[in-house]
Design a protein around this ligand. Sequence first.
Ligand code: DX5
Ligand code: ZN
Length: 227
Amino acid sequence: MQIKLSPSILSADFANLERDIRIATEAGAEYVHVDVMDGHFVPNITIGAPVVKALRKATDRVLDVHLMIADPDRYLDDFISAGADIITVHQESNGDTLAQLQKIRAAGVKASCTIKPGTPVEVLFPLLPYCDMVLIMTVEPGFGGQGFIPACMDKIRAVRAEIQKNGYACELEIDGGAKLNNTADIVAAGADVIVAGSAVFGGDIAANVKGFHAVFAEGVQRAEWSK
Ligand code: DX5
Ligand code: ZN
C-alpha cells in the first residue's frame, strides 16, 4: 500500500513555483496539487489553465488539478489541453458532475470528484465507478493554512468502506489541514493521497516532504482497510 503526497502549491512561493516544485518532487512528492479558484465558487482567486500549462513544462510529475470553480463545463477543455493528469470537480459546482467526469476520462485524464465539508458523503457513492480518484475536503475550500475539521474523519472512513466493498480502483485523497501530527490518523482512516500545503511549503520543503513519508508508514500499519 503506497501512500502518496500531493503538495499544494497554494502555499509555495508563486514567484518561484518551478524551484519549489523541484525541491518537493526531488524530495519524493508523488503528485503536485494545483488549487484553481475563481472568486465565485470560493471567496478567493488563484490561478488558471495558463499556469497549469506552464507548470506542465516545468515538471513531469503528476499534476493534480483541483477545480474550485462555479462552471467546470466552461473550462474543462482548457485544463485538459493544459496538461493536467488528474482533474477534480466539485459535486456542488454547476452542471452534471457525472458528465464532467466522463468527459475528463474520455480525454485520457484521470477523473476525480469532491465535496465540501458540509455536503453529505453519500452523494459521492454513485459517482465512484466513474472516478479514478475521490477527494474529501477536510477544510472549507478557499484558503490554505486552516485547521483539519475532525468531523471529516468519518467521511474518509465511509468512502474507504465503499471503495473496498465494491472493489473500485479509486484513490482516496484528502485536502486541508494535514500536518505531520495528524496524518497517521488520516491514513489509518482510509486516505491514500495526502494534500498538504502549509505543512510542506512553510519551512524546509525537502525535510517536510520526507517527514510526511516517514509518518505514512505508521498510518498504514494501523490501517485495517489495507490488510
Ligand atoms: C483549500 C485548498 C487546499 C489547501 C491546503 O481550498 O484546496 O489544497 O491549499 O492547504 P493546507 O494544507 O495548508 O491546509
Ligand atoms: Zn486543493
